[in-house]
Ligand binder design. Structure first.
Ligand code: NAP
Ligand code: MG
Length: 464
């Protein structure tokens, strides 16, 4: 077991001001694999001061040089990709192949995209007799969750650095090890001291101190709606910028004429990936009444192939495991029918939950409204297209979704009626440059690509 006793502040690893530690647990076998320091408000303060001191120099660094540093960071992350995948598997529990392809692979693509954008983005434009400057927002406080731990770090830090901002990161307490690895890569990439700082710690202590710090100009948060609401309120009181990536309850709408077998198989795979711990997961499958019974059978058969410990990993911790099993019990109590999986415990160790499919789900049920964040799929039946739109839009969330039809034009026409930030048409591929973010209570702001970069910029107009 590794006992880490330092945090990355102002370009070096220094001991925490407080004395507490956080245990990092492997959720597949429940063993403690490491400890990291529990940062305090004093540590956050030191990190924010370092970020403020580094801001003028980094903001004035030509974008092409910032691009060079990001390219070097991409090189370091690439060189350590296997270590990244192994670390995420150890602290999150994701199967190694998924960690390699997604937990390591996606952040590499995103980091590369921001090295490129830093080089090519028009940080100055002309509008009539004005020159408009797109300047960095300032010091960014980034607070990230554990479900895609490196992706969520890179999706904030890379655009912030590309924009000329400096950053203090507070990663999730469950997955601090890949955050440490990222900080090592930042250091190896020659990014100047203070431009990026890492404070590990607990949300209500270090996270709260960072969100409330007067030296932070923008708080970028990804996580639960409950915490996001509090961070938004704090930021509002201080007239501080805020970006929130929150929960989802996305709909996978299968229209008549679609390839039902493919739509169901891809839909089940989407929910089971990362043990269902994906904010954009298509956790509601909406099927026309004429195809509903067949879809239920297909979904149950598909889910049965997700064997816990093989194709599907554990949940991140015991609390999430208990929460998800509680939702499965609630679904049964409210009259939904389990056609795969169920709430029963699996042989330990490990925080596993049975991949579960519910039929006979109605739109007002808790399992059709709330983010479960586990391998649980709800199948709902609709009468016609208007009914499907009403059901799909009938939650407080609007993060992602999918539409399947006999042709792309029909699916796209339906997608225009959805109140949601992203829709995949007939199995459209993930695009790391496409703006990602929520309608309604799924959040404020967009991440990834050029839209993600503008979150970290503010505009100044010079009139000539
Ligand atoms: P969370 O508490 O919102 O955690 C997200 C981040 O915020 C973590 O770094 C957390 O630190 C920090 N945090 C917690 N309380 C804070 C506070 N008062 N001030 C500032 N920062 C704070 O989420 P969770 O408890 O890990 O998960 C609960 C549920 O949230 C899940 O079941 C799921 O529904 C949802 N969730 C959504 C996403 C998403 O991608 N949208 C990601 C994760 C979870 P700690 O790690 O110390 O708690
Ligand atoms: Mg929490």
């Amino acid at each position: 077991m590794k006992q880490h006793d330092a945090m990355y502040i102002d370009g070096s690893w220094r001991p925490a001001a407080g004395g507490g530690t956080i245990e990092v647990v492997n959720p597949a076998d429940e063993q403690v694999i490491a400890t990291v320091p529990a940062g305090s408000a004093a540590d956050v303060d030191a990190a924010v001061h370092a970020a403020r001191a580094a801001l003028p120099g980094w903001a004035a660094t030509p974008p092409g040089e910032r691009a060079d540093r990001l390219a070097a960071l991409h090189g370091r992350l690439t060189a350590r990709a296997d270590e990244i995948a192994g670390t995420v598997t150890a602290e999150l529990g994701a199967p190694l192949a998924f960690s390699q392809a997604v937990h390591a692979g996606v952040p590499l693509a995103v980091c590369a995209s921001y090295a490129e954008l830093a080089r090519t983005y028009a940080f100055e434009e002309k509008i009539g007799n004005s020159t408009v400057l797109h300047e960095p927002v300032g010091v960014v406080g980034a607070i990230t969750p554990w479900n895609y731990p490196l992706h969520q770090i890179v999706a904030k830090v890379a655009p912030a650095l590309a924009a000329g901002c400096t950053v203090v990161l507070k990663p999730a307490e469950d997955t601090p090890l890949v955050a440490r690895l990222f900080a090592e890569c930042v250091d190896e990439a020659g990014i100047p001291a203070g431009v990026f700082n890492l404070v590990t710690g607990l949300g209500p202590v270090a996270g709260q101190a960072l969100a409330a710090h007067e030296g932070v100009d923008l708080v970028s948060f990804t996580g639960s709606t409950a915490v996001g609401r509090r961070i938004g309120a704090l930021a509002g009181a201080e007239v501080k910028r805020v970006a929130l990536e929150l929960g989802g309850k996305s709909a996978n709408v299968i229209l008549p004429g679609a390839d039902l077998a493919r739509a169901v198989a891809v839909g089940v795979a989407n929910v089971m990936a990362n043990s269902g711990q994906t904010c954009s997961a298509w956790t509601r499958m909406l099927v026309h009444k004429d195809s509903y019974a067949e879809a239920v059978e297909l979904a149950a058969a598909a889910a049965a192939k997700y064997v816990p410990g093989e194709r599907v990993g554990p949940l991140v911790n015991a609390r999430q495991q208990g929460r998800v099993r509680g939702y499965i019990e609630q679904g049964i109590a409210q009259g939904a029918r389990v056609v795969a999986g169920g709430p029963e415990a699996l042989e330990g160790p490990g925080y596993y939950v049975r991949p579960t499919v519910f039929a006979d789900v109605t739109p007002e049920m808790g399992i059709a409204q709330e983010e479960i964040f586990g391998p649980v799929l709800a199948l709902l039946e609709y009468e016609d297209e208007d009914d499907a739109v009403r059901i799909a839009n009938g939650t407080v969330y609007g993060l992602a979704g999918a539409v399947w039809a006999g042709d792309d034009a029909t699916a796209a026409a339906f997608a225009r009626r959805l109140d949601t930030g992203q829709v995949d048409i007939n199995g459209g591929r993930f695009n790391p440059l496409a703006p990602f973010g929520g309608y309604k209570q799924s959040g404020i702001g967009r991440e990834l690509g050029p839209h993600g970069l503008t979150e970290y910029l503010q505009t100044k107009s010079l009139q000539f």
